[in-house]
Design a protein around this ligand. Structure first.
Ligand code: PHE
Length: 428
């Protein structure tokens, strides 16, 4: 039972931990520019519909598997549907791969946070800024140092345990993260370009809502809610016995979406306040474009911003780290200490390669977000929707209402079709 494995001791802690996993780099750099590229408010609308009807049922499928078995990803699948246990290995492997390359970006955020502390962005031009980023990524020592410290921090939090480490860290850091982003939003909205930034983000343009835009909305919603890997499954195996998973899931999705929108309001007005900057720039938006914007602002702003990026990345990375550690603890019977050390050393190996060889980094990113995550999500909904009795699923979600029947219908019939459709779109 849950006792020996650790547990989140209240709903608040469980929601903060799950929101911590969900809210990450995906919300800060990916969501704002995707919205801008794919039709503003029209995209946000599709994103919310996808989150409610496709992503939430996947979230619940993972939650039901974790809570009913009280095991990590591999153990939960082995117990519920032994033939599908290969997908458990896949989930753990995906979590391991994501931990490794995500920690590289975590290391960059740490590096930028330290730079901002010493006022390192003052008077920066765009060319200088691109130079700072490429100097950092091509300096082996600098990149490895940031990566190792970031991974080490994740390891320490996971080592402290489910409640005293992950729960305690998320409980304090997540509310703080919201405060930090709100401070930046207020500041950004007071800048001269705020209107254009808001227009870029919010002006609905339904003509841009084509197939790829819808697939992008669904893919982003999956990535943002940490679905398909088993992180939600693993965390759900630590919730209290009577926990209402339905409420937990709804709160998590609400916080994740609100944070993504806030990140958009923080980033886009700032980008538009400086002439000639490119809003749709992916990772370089955070590490090349924003430092230029920050160079003209109060030096406290970049400190708060990069601290927020760092915290958001850490609370996500610990969820993947924990998933891999949980597999070793549950299935191989090793102690938490030993499990954390093993995951740390293995991720140190793969992450160092990701940090130094950009092609490996991109391959890890591509394979996890386009193949492992969607395939994992497909297995989770098929196992729960087609191999688990409906009353058992209803009991785990602690919901008897008609809302459950709607969720169940989507989980069983709509999710598998939608997931296959995005897999195909992503791979074409
Ligand atoms: N949800 C995280 C983000 O938005 C990324 C993530 C994916 C975390 C999968 C865990 C598992 O950045």
């Amino acid at each position: 039972m849950a006792g020996g494995r650790g547990a989140f001791n209240s709903r608040f802690v469980a929601v903060m931990a799950l929101a911590g996993s969900a809210i990450g780099l995906g919300n800060i750099w990916r969501f704002p520019y995707m919205v801008g590229q794919h039709g503003g408010a029209a995209f946000i609308l599709v994103y919310i519909v996808c989150s409610l009807f496709i992503s939430l049922p996947v979230f619940f499928a993972e939650g039901i598997l974790g809570k009913s078995t009280r095991l990590g990803t591999f153990g939960a699948l082995k117990k519920t549907a032994p033939k599908w246990r290969w997908a458990g290995y896949m989930g753990v492997l995906a979590a391991f791969v994501i931990t490794s390359y995500y920690s590289v970006v975590g290391g960059w955020s740490l590096d930028y946070f330290v730079r901002s502390l010493s006022g390192g962005f003052r008077g920066l031009s765009f060319a200088d800024s691109a130079g700072v980023f490429s100097d950092m990524t091509s300096s082996t020592v600098e990149v490895l140092a940031g990566f190792v410290i970031f991974l080490g921090l994740s390891a320490l939090i996971v080592l402290a345990g489910v409640d005293k480490g992950i729960g305690a860290f998320s409980k304090v850091m997540m509310p703080l993260l919201f405060v930090m982003i709100v401070v930046i939003v207020v500041h950004s909205l007071s800048l001269p370009g705020a209107r254009d930034g808001l227009d870029y983000l919010l002006k609905p343009d339904f003509s841009k809502l084509d197939g790829p835009a819808i697939a992008a909305a669904l893919g982003q919603s999956f990535f943002s809610l940490s679905l398909g890997v088993g992180c939600v499954l693993t965390y759900s195996s630590y919730v209290k016995e009577g926990e209402n998973l339905m409420a937990t899931g709804l709160w998590t999705a609400l916080f994740d979406t609100v944070f993504a929108l806030l990140a958009g309001f923080a980033v886009m007005p700032a980008v538009f306040s400086v002439q000639g900057l490119e809003p749709g720039a992916g990772p370089s938006l955070v590490f090349e474009t924003l430092p230029v914007v920050f160079s003209r602002m109060n030096p406290v702003v970049p400190v708060i911003f990069f601290l927020a990026v760092l915290v958001a990345a850490l609370t996500s990375s610990i969820s993947m780290f924990e998933e891999v550690a949980a597999w070793l603890i549950d299935e191989k019977g090793v102690s938490r200490k030993k499990a954390v050390l093993l995951v740390f050393l293995a991720a140190l190996g793969l992450g160092s390669v990701c940090a130094l060889v950009p092609r490996v980094f991109s391959a890890c990113d591509f394979a996890t977000s386009n193949i492992f995550m969607t395939l994992g999500a497909l297995v989770f909904v098929l196992v729960v929707g087609w191999m688990m009795p409906k009353p058992a699923a209803r009991k785990e979600l602690s919901s008897g209402g008609v809302f459950f029947d709607i969720i169940w219908f989507f989980l069983k019939w709509v999710c598998p079709v939608a997931i296959v459709a995005i897999m195909v779109t992503n791979l074409l």
